[in-house]
Ligand binder design. Sequence first.
Ligand code: TGC
Ligand code: FAD
Length: 388
Amino acid sequence: MARFNGLDFYNIDAQLTDEERMVRDTVREWVSDQVIPIIEEHCRNGTFPHELVPQMAEMGLLGVNIEGYDCAGMSNVAYGLVCQELERGDSGIRSFASVQGSLCMFPIYKHGSEEQRLKYLPKMASGEFIGCFGLTEPDFGSNPGGMLTTAVDDGDSYVLNGAKMWITNGTIADLAIVWAKLDGIIRGFIVEKDDGGFTAPEMHGKHSLKASVTSELVFQDCRIPKDRILPNVRGLKGPFSCLNNARFGISWGAVGSAMACFDSARNYVGERIQFDKPLASFQLVQNKLAYMLREITKAQLLALHLGRMKDDGTMIPEHVSLAKMNNVDIALEIARMSRDMHGANGILDEYPVMRHMANLESVKTYEGTHDIHNLILGRWITGIPAFE
Ligand code: TGC
Ligand code: FAD
């Protein structure tokens, strides 16, 4: 597989630490060698490449920015760079790492008991346990506060009833972080795959994120021991604290997809001859390449600054909303533009662009849709929530 040199017009590399550069380069090479050669086949078949999980674990990519418990304990910028490189391969691979690290390991680390941390985190870091995160319900997507899933205190156990939908990793997960209302208050619960009354059927028919498993989670009088509640958080800030991390990773990941689409377009127009000249020699084509370079460079700077703010503790959730929204938006625009520049070849899976384009439609929707992030910023600007 040809070496991918990235795109670094503003020499952003110089702002990274040696460790951050090393992690980025290691994951970049791994994606070129192990992900890109197999991903189209998995996409075509609608299968998740399980075989990559132990390798990701080996490189410390599961729980990158978590301290202790056999996790890598690296900076948030390093975590972002990992997401960027994984998503250059495929959004589904970055999704897997996001869900495992930000949406499942993080709540156990932040809101769990010490016993829960010791029981789950090392096995999740090693890839032995896979997690999923159940917040969205069939009738409550953008407004998860309305959720209908309940937990009832029944002596030495909790009994869960309800359903979650669109859950990444659900069918392959060993444990699910499930958000449900206990006495009307949203709480987090750890449900294990063999708990009675719990099933996780896979959802089929996706045209996007095909190399990722998406599932329903169904709870029918699902009984779990009392020590599986996350003791240290109550209310929507529980799941939202996890989303801050995962949305942060997406802001970087989208840059990876955009770089892959730019790279493919640049190579293609350099070689494709029309009207006796390479496409790259036409002004309209150069205009598109310049747009891509401009937007990717801005997105890289946004992601890096966000990462440094997260590392020094000054980042607020609205900062993440702006970056998630912007970077996914420009990545999707670049993917569509790149597809167009490949002409008919752009619809073939010989090139990665249509896959990235289709994936990014999901990325635009999950972890807060584009417009929900607009509304979050609108509330920050005006002080007036316009969600309802
Ligand atoms: P709101 O009144 O705004 O807040 C309720 C409570 O939560 C607190 N809070 C936050 N805390 C931490 N971080 C944040 N980002 C927070 N945002 C809000 C807030 O302070 C309040 O706390 P308290 O103590 O006062 O109770 O809640 P709302 O119901 O009005 O929500 C508004 C809205 C629309 C912004 C919110 O519901 C939202 O973000 N909706 C989007 C839903 C979403 O993002 N779902 C994602 C599901 S998971 C997923 O998609 C995984 S994909 C994984 C993959 O494959 O990569
Ligand atoms: P809706 O909320 O019905 O929104 C539909 C449209 O209406 C959107 O354009 C939205 O912006 C707009 N809209 C909604 N409310 C407003 C408003 N107040 N004002 C203006 N416009 C509005 N969830 C999980 O919990 N865990 C997961 O692991 C997970 N993985 C996912 C994987 C994939 C592949 C996908 C596609 C989704 C996943 N999700 C997951 C669900 C995802 O978070 C939701 O799809 C998302 O939050 C949007 O909810 P919805 O699909 O119900 O859309």
